[in-house]
Design a protein around this ligand. Structure first.
Ligand code: GLA
Length: 423
């Protein structure tokens, strides 16, 4: 485990590298995205994790209605995003323009966007840098059509594009990937509409620091699945955490590491059946998942069926204390300062008002008493999950944390390096 000082040096080096990269881009005349479009991590809802290709305009309008009535919009969930499979089987018309599936979306996507906008929400869509999207028909990808497709999206009223990495033919090199993602970034900027650009290339390798220079957000991992541990069939929640931890140097306000969407309240994915043999996240695990994403200042995209969600799911997704950590203006991804694969992880996150957020994760298969310590001169300490005020002067908080559960504290009057794990 790196020491705090070593991690700080790493952070400084990372920031210097990222800045050098931005300068190099500016010199080459490659203008970057408008950072003011996503000053804090974007929040919204996306069709993929529960519905995959089972989407239609009636359902999407209902989702928009519930985003308002459930308090999600009020809590910050603004984007309503169509993922894959919105396009027609013949995805382009005679002029080469993308067209939506006329059975799923008989009123067309412009009308759908108008409805979403009338609810005070924003409209997101999905595309791909190859010849086809990951699950879409041949021709649905934007390769060679970048400017035309960006103009189509702008005309429909799109506010957000998730751009995927499938069916790229021979364009598999890092350089080709970079060129394709940059081309769409430029096309979006030339479209005349402000569009948040989400790069979905499933990994942030250190030599691909062009991603933070090109997108507002970029995926750091493979696809998440609604299960706690293990790597099959894709990535469990914990596998994603372990891949995502340590990438904090790349993130800054307006430019976000994306560990993939939320699995809170999401059932076993029907599109993985019958190979799915894994327990889905229970309520404790879902709370840990959401709290970790908040500590990361990760983009928060719910993927559950909002129309039928339980009270517990709604309360977790709209948890004010956790969302405040996620949306903190400093936008710092919490650093993991202690890690035991089957034991305890400790994450620390400095906040804009000088507070420090600390998260203890119980990775073990049984409940354990866990404790955090801090200097007695701390002026206030809050248990973020319950909202309870703790005795700051005691210098320690000890509590039983369920298997796969978390303790999340917000401390005032201390520095991150003064917060420690107690035996
Ligand atoms: C890829 C992405 C997912 C989803 C699917 C759709 O796997 O990583 O998030 O968009 O494609 O086909």
């Amino acid at each position: 485990m790196p020491s705090i000082l070593a991690s700080k040096a790493l952070l400084a080096t990372g920031i210097a590298l990222a800045s050098a990269c931005l300068v190099a881009h500016a010199a080459a005349g490659t203008e970057g995205p408008d950072r003011s479009l996503a000053p804090t991590p974007p929040m919204g809802w996306n069709t993929w994790n529960t519905f995959a290709d089972h989407i239609d305009e009636v359902q999407i309008r209902q989702m928009a209605d519930v985003m308002v009535s459930s308090g999600m919009r009020e809590a910050g969930y603004i984007y309503l995003n169509l993922d894959d499979n919105w396009m027609a089987d013949t995805p382009r018309d005679a002029q080469g323009n993308l067209q939506a599936d006329p059975v799923k979306f008989p009123s067309g996507l412009k009308a759908l966007a108008d409805y979403i906008h009338s609810k005070g929400l924003k409209f997101g869509i999905y595309g791909d840098r190859g010849s086809a999207t990951c699950a879409g028909p041949a021709g649905s990808g934007s390769y060679g059509h970048e400017e035309q497709d960006a103009r189509t999206f702008a005309a429909w009223g799109v506010d957000y594009l998730k751009y995927d990495n499938c069916n790229v033919g021979t364009r598999t090199t890092s350089e080709a990937m970079r060129e394709d993602f940059e081309n769409m970034g430029r096309a979006l900027r030339a479209s005349g509409r402000s569009i948040v650009y989400s790069i979905c290339a499933w990994k942030l390798r250190t030599h691909e620091s062009w991603m933070p220079a090109t997108g507002h957000l970029w995926r750091t991992t493979g696809d998440i699945r609604p299960t706690w541990a293990g790597r099959n069939p894709q990535r469990s929640m914990l596998a994603i955490v372990d891949e995502h931890a340590g990438l904090e140097a790349y993130q800054r306000p307006g430019a976000w590491n994306d560990p993939d969407m939320l699995e809170v309240g999401v059932p076993a994915p029907w599109y993985d059946l019958p190979t799915w043999h894994y327990p889905v996240l229970d309520e404790t695990e879902a709370q840990s998942h959401f709290a970790l994403w908040a500590m990361f200042s990760a983009p928060l995209f719910a993927g559950n069926d909002l129309r039928t969600m339980s009270r517990a799911t709604r309360e977790l997704l709209t948890h004010r204390g956790l969302i405040a950590l996620d949306q903190d203006p400093l936008g710092i991804q919490a650093r993991r300062v202690h890690h035991e694969p089957d034991g305890t992880d400790l994450f620390l996150k400095p906040l804009a008002n000088g507070d420090v957020a600390a998260l203890l994760l119980n990775r073990a298969e049984r409940p354990r008493t866990m404790a955090l310590g801090w200097p007695r001169q701390a002026t206030a300490v809050q248990d973020v999950l319950t909202g309870k005020v703790l005795q700051a002067g005691r210098g320690e908080y000890r509590a039983e944390v369920p298997a796969h559960g978390v303790m999340v504290l917000r401390l005032t009057g201390v520095r991150p390096e003064q917060v420690s794990l107690r035996p």
